[in-house]
Design a protein around this ligand. Structure first.
Ligand SMILES: NC(=O)c1ccc[n+]([C@@H]2O[C@H](COP(=O)([O-])OP(=O)(O)OC[C@H]3O[C@@H](n4cnc5c(N)ncnc54)[C@H](OP(=O)(O)O)[C@@H]3O)[C@@H](O)[C@H]2O)c1
Length: 195
């Protein structure tokens, strides 16, 4: 049986790494882990060594079109058909409650959410399943960094590990159907959220 192919961006740390860890533990998968700096992929190399043949690290940098096209053709040379998970996308659900320094963050999340919905509409005839996931508060560099700006606990009392959220996101993606998840904004348990 041909393996199920996944591409995860922002995969060297944080939620992306948690997603990759959950995916490589499955049977019959080929997981491509996108990183912007190949020299920062030590955790992925360790993971690859534990799951021989399943994990491939590729360079992937937002908006670097020529380089990203090279990465996509490398993936297509090896496998056909893929699930793409962008861990550098994010949620706007609670962004407006956060006071300081988060204007670009909130605006870019709004744009990503629009893109996710747009892809759902534009690629309907291809049967593409495109949706956004709000991971909730997750213990990553981003979360601890935000703690320097805000009182993180007051915004998010229930913080999960990146491995736990990675497992939940991997399951959501694996089970997603276009007529249910397509064009939606889900939390990590699969519940539909407001944009
Ligand atoms: N953690 C939370 O509590 C939380 C809550 C809600 C939403 N989110 C969203 O979830 C996403 C992942 O968050 P995280 O906590 O895992 O963040 P993180 O620990 O800061 O990791 C961010 C990842 O994205 C990569 N990245 C950043 N800019 C990139 C670019 N221009 N091109 C390619 N890769 C890039 C980073 O690569 P480098 O190592 O090279 O920098 C890193 O792998 C973010 O969009 C965030 O907004 C997180």
């Amino acid at each position: 049986m041909a393996p199920v192919v996944y591409l995860v961006s922002g995969a060297n740390r944080g939620i992306g790494l948690g997603i990759v860890a959950a995916l490589v533990a499955r049977d019959d998968v080929a997981v491509f882990a996108g990183v912007r700096d190949l020299s920062s992929a030590d955790a992925l190399k360790d993971l690859g060594a534990q799951h021989p043949g399943k994990l491939h690290v590729v360079q992937l940098v937002s908006a670097d079109k020529p380089n990203n096209e090279r990465a996509i053709s490398e993936i297509k040379d090896k496998h056909r058909g893929s699930h793409i998970i962008s861990s550098i996308a994010g949620s706007i659900a609670r962004g407006t409650e956060v006071p300081l320094g988060f204007l670009p963050y909130g605006m870019s999340n709004a744009a990503v959410n629009y893109l996710s919905k747009r892809l759902h509409v534009e690629y309907a005839s291809d049967g593409l399943v495109s949706f956004s996931i709000a991971p909730g508060p997750v213990m990553t560099d981003l979360f601890t960094g935000a703690g320097a700006l805000i009182d993180s606990k007051s915004v998010s009392p229930d913080v999960l590990s990146a491995d736990e959220v990675g497992r939940r996101i991997a399951k959501l993606v694996e089970e997603a159907k276009r007529d249910d998840a397509g064009g939606q904004f889900l939390d990590h348990s699969g519940k539909k959220c407001q944009w």
